[in-house]
Design a protein around this ligand. Structure first.
Ligand SMILES: [Zn+2]
Length: 475
């Protein structure tokens, strides 16, 4: 009995020691309360991977070793950023993508939503390894692989032709334990598309994706669509969607003609009214504007000197070429139209924000998306949000809190509060006056682990080195 008691006591001591050793105190900080934008001066006590308390230094410092205390020297602390639309893709780009995972952290991005790819199973494995602390990178939410029709242009989609195949594929996604379901419209017709949304929704999934020409956004939303990927689809709300849809389904017009009708007329008042209806219904949208901007201004931009190319292997960026070549044949009028569309879309952002549609910030960074760089593109996206007229607080909320809202996880993550996951970014400048401050990173905390500026720089250096090694091996 005594032996047993001694053992228990020893165990308690060991556990207590491990915990106190595991504690981290960030003090002298300006803590940004992301729901309100209120800035509180104080300290954050972290234990393990969670925030244990937020309060005064004198109260929280007890028992925390001096070498586990970080003096923030008045710096701003925000929740880690969420990039709500990326693709870790390319079966021949596994080490390339893997080497970029720590780069997200170095950019202050502590969570990503992977919107499906041909690397689906690989991404599921990385999701687990990161969650288990075996791999350094952002928390991954993933759709695994996405639903499509037969012979879609994308690699490794889950191609379906009827409801029984749909159910088989949903069974597969159940086994994958995906975090949401993604559906696109390359070859998937409206009927089965809508059935897919309903079936995935009935299984309890959040459902996201593109918008086929033969469905309206309101129909998708009513069937259980959580989010529309790419705000460009929302421009359709400025036209008579219902009419164009029925003309298309009756065979009066082709898809190309439907697109012409959508680009030909845009009624701002009608769009605002529709935004409001979808906002009231609780729709999310992930705008992904940066990709469109990169393409719209390709003719006036020299990307050769882009610093981020130092992180991307030649094989990775070789995927950029097809789009560049395709676009080189565009006429001046087509180029101008592209710019006009981009600006129209950008200027919708404050209206979308006001309508109550919840914006989730995402870059669509992917090897197939020309000059949409992993990590870097999210900061560019947020700069566009600011250019469009969103306030820095709205932008920060869209890039943190709304991600957690999307996954119904606001009680666990994305704010600086007790029992929330300790994912934090310390900034040298005030992000509430200019989101450019997101580039002034002093340090990052991921799952309670502190990464100093030196460690972040070392992570970046290693990613550049891996790029060079992979390029050399492949020559
Ligand atoms: Zn995408």
């Amino acid at each position: 009995m005594t032996k047993y008691l001694t053992f228990v006591l020893q165990l308690v001591l060991v556990v207590t020691y491990a915990q106190s050793n595991n504690e981290l105190l960030i003090y002298n900080a300006r803590i940004v309360q992301i729901e309100t934008g209120v800035v509180e001066e104080g300290a954050i006590l972290i234990s393990g991977d969670k925030i244990k308390a937020v309060g005064s230094y004198n109260k929280l410092k007890r028992g925390v070793k001096p070498d586990r205390q970080v003096n923030a020297e008045g710096r701003y602390v925000i929740p880690g950023l969420w990039d709500m639309h990326i693709h870790l893709e390319g079966k021949d780009l596994v080490p390339d993508n893997k080497a970029l995972l720590p780069v997200f952290l170095a950019y202050g991005i502590t969570t990503v939503r992977d919107c499906a790819s041909d690397l689906g199973e690989q991404v599921l494995q990385w999701r687990q390894e990161i969650a288990d602390g075996e791999l350094i990178g952002p928390t991954i939410y993933t759709a695994g692989r996405k639903l499509e029709g037969k012979n879609s242009i994308w690699k490794d989609d889950l191609e379906i032709e009827n409801e029984s195949e749909l159910n088989e594929m949903l069974d597969l996604l159940d086994r994958y334990k995906v975090d949401f379901v993604k559906i696109t419209e390359n070859t998937l017709g409206g009927n089965l598309f809508l059935k897919s949304v309903k079936a995935a929704h009935e299984r309890g999934y959040r459902v996201s994706g593109h918008v086929p020409y033969d469905l309206t956004i309101a129909e998708l939303q009513a069937a259980g669509y959580t989010s529309v990927e790419h705000a460009s689809y929302l421009l359709r709300l400025g036209s008579d969607e219902q009419q164009i849809k029925s003309d298309l389904t009756s065979g009066t017009i082709t898809k190309a003609q439907a697109e012409e009708k959508y680009t030909g007329g845009f009624n701002q008042n009608l769009a605002i009214q529709k935004y409001k209806e979808l906002g009231d219904a609780g729709l999310f949208v992930c705008p992904t504007l940066i990709g469109g901007r990169q393409l719209a201004y390709l003719d006036e931009t020299n990307h050769k000197g882009d610093d981020f190319l130092n992180y991307l292997t030649d094989r990775f960026t070789s995927n950029y070429q097809w789009r560049i070549e395709r676009m080189s044949n565009e006429t001046p009028a087509q180029r101008q139209q592209r710019k006009d569309r981009y600006l129209l879309l950008r200027d919708q952002l404050p209206l979308i924000q006001q309508s109550g549609i919840r914006i989730i910030a995402g870059s669509d960074a992917a090897a197939l998306n020309t000059y949409v760089y992993p990590a870097e593109a999210l900061l560019q996206e947020l700069a566009i949000f600011q250019e469009a007229g969103l306030t820095p607080l709205q932008i920060l909320q869209n890039a943190t809190l709304n991600g957690a809202r999307y996954f119904d996880a606001t009680d666990k993550t994305a704010s600086i509060a007790k029992d929330h996951v300790a994912d934090l970014v310390l900034l040298n400048e005030n992000p509430l006056s200019d989101v450019g401050a997101l580039r002034k990173i002093h340090s990052v905390v991921k799952f309670g682990r502190y990464f100093s500026r030196e460690e972040l720089d070392e992570m970046l250096r290693q990613a550049r080195e891996t790029k060079q090694q992979l390029d050399a091996q492949r020559k």
